[in-house]
Design a protein around this ligand. Structure first.
Ligand code: KG4
Ligand code: ZN
Length: 332
C-alpha cells in the first residue's frame, strides 16, 4: 500500500511485485480561487480524503487489508501539514497491521515512476544509468540514477522551479492555479514566435527561472500601458511564446547533461513533464541524438501514489524500513 499527500492531491495505490493494481487520486478544487495551494486547507482536505481514498484503492485492487505486506508513504519534501496526514495514516496502518513502514522521498518517486509496471501493457523501463530531468512545481533538477535507490543531482535550479515559472506567469495573465496545464492548452492555439523573452545565462547544468518571470511581468506592464486589453487579445500567443522559452531552456540543459555524462537513456518526470510542447520538442531531439527517450504516462506525471508504491517496492526488496519515530520533512 502506498500513500502520497505532499501537496494538494490525496492519493493511495496498491502495488504487487512491481505491478500497479490501483492508483486513486482525490484532487482539491478548494485552492483554485486562491491562486496557489493554501496549506491549512490542503491538510484539512487530506484528512477528509485519506481514509476513503485508501479504502477505494484496496477495493479497486481487489486486495484485503490483511494481504498488505508493507506500507510506503511520502516523507517529504512538501507541505508539512499535508505530509503529516499521510505519514500519520501510514504509521497507524503499519502499527495496526504489524507490517513494515517505508518512507519515500517524493522527488525520488517522481523519477521512479519510469519503473512502474502495468498489467497487460508493454512495459518499457530505462536501462541504468538513466539521466532524468525532474520538473515539478517546486523543483527543477537534472539527476543521474545509478541504481534504483542511488542517484546523483548534477543540476539544480538557483531560484524558481520550471513549474513555478508556468504558474507565476500564468497568474500574471489571470489564469487559475495551477496555470501549467492551461498555458499548455492555450499555447497550442498561439504563435510561439509572436514574442521573445530573454533566457537566463546560467553556467553548467543549473537553471534559473526568476529572471524570466520578472521580464514577463515588465513586458506585460509596458504593453498594458499601451493597450489595457493586451493580455486578453494576445493570450494564446503569450502562452505559446512563454512556453517555448521555458521548453528551450529545459531542453538545452538536458542536451548538455547528456553530452557531459555520455548517457543516452534520457527521461523527464514531474508535473511539467505533462507539457505537450516539451514532449514534442524532446521527441524531435531524441530522434536527432539517438536517445532512448522516456516520458511517463500522464497519470504518473503529476502527484500520485503509484510512484510512491514502486519506490517502496524497491526499498522493500532491500529491507529499507523506517521506524515509527520517523517524522515528515518539508525539505530534503
Ligand atoms: O509534480 P507536480 O504535480 O507537483 C509537485 O511536486 O510540484 O507538479 C505540479 C506542477 C505545477 O507547477 C503545474 O503547473 C505543472 O506541474 N504542470 C504543467 C502541466 N501540467 C502540470 N506545466 C506545464 N504544462 C503542463 N501540461
Ligand atoms: Zn510532485
Amino acid at each position: 500500500m502506498a500513500i502520497e499527500s505532499s501537496c494538494d492531491d490525496t492519493s493511495a495505490a496498491v502495488v504487487r511485485d512491481g505491478y500497479i493494481m490501483s492508483n486513486l487520486i482525490a484532487g482539491q478544487d478548494i485552492h483554485m480561487s486562491y491562486g496557489g495551494v493554501v496549506p491549512e486547507l490542503a491538510s484539512r482536505a487530506h484528512q477528509a480524503n485519506i481514509v476513503p481514498v485508501a479504502d477505494q484503492a484496496l477495493k479497486k485492487a481487489g486486495v484485503g487489508v490483511d494481504e498488505i505486506d508493507a506500507v510506503a508513504f511520502t516523507l517529504g519534501p512538501g507541505l508539512l501539514g499535508s505530509l503529516l496526514v499521510g505519514t500519520s495514516f501510514a504509521k497507524g496502518f503499519a502499527l495496526a497491521r504489524n507490517i513494515p513502514l517505508i518512507e519515500v522521498n517524493h522527488l525520488h518517486a517522481h523519477i521512479m515512476a519510469h519503473f512502474i509496471l502495468e498489467k497487460d501493457k508493454e512495459n518499457r523501463v530505462p536501462k541504468l544509468p538513466f539521466l532524468c530531468l525532474l520538473i515539478s512545481g517546486g523543483h527543477t533538477r537534472l539527476i543521474v540514477m545509478r541504481n534504483h535507490l542511488d542517484m546523483v543531482i548534477i543540476g539544480n535550479t538557483l531560484d524558481d522551479a520550471a513549474g513555478e515559472a508556468f504558474d507565476k506567469c500564468g497568474k500574471l495573465m489571470d489564469l487559475p492555479y495551477p496555470a501549467g496545464p492551461m498555458i499548455d492548452k492555450l499555447a497550442s492555439e498561439g504563435n510561439k514566435k509572436a514574442f521573445s523573452f530573454s533566457k537566463p545565462s546560467v553556467k553548467g547544468l543549473d537553471f534559473s527561472f526568476s529572471g524570466l518571470k520578472t521580464s514577463f511581468l515588465y513586458f506585460l506592464r509596458d504593453r498594458i500601458k499601451e493597450d489595457p486589453l493586451f493580455i486578453i487579445k494576445n493570450r494564446a500567443d503569450l502562452c505559446a511564446s512563454l512556453q517555448e522559452t521555458i521548453i528551450s531552456i529545459l531542453i538545452n540543459k538536458l542536451i548538455k547533461a547528456s553530452q557531459q555524462t555520455g548517457i543516452t537513456e534520457v527521461g523527464i518526470a514531474g508535473g511539467v513533464s505533462a507539457n505537450s510542447g516539451l514532449r514534442n520538442g524532446l521527441a524531435r531531439e531524441s530522434a536527432k541524438r539517438g536517445w532512448n527517450l522516456f516520458v511517463p504516462p500522464f497519470a504518473y506525471t503529476t502527484d500520485n501514489a503509484a510512484m510512491i508504491g514502486i519506490t517502496g517496492y524497491y526499498k522493500y526488496l532491500r529491507g529499507e524500513f523506517s521506524s515509527q519515530d520517523t517524522a515528515p520533512r518539508a525539505r530534503f
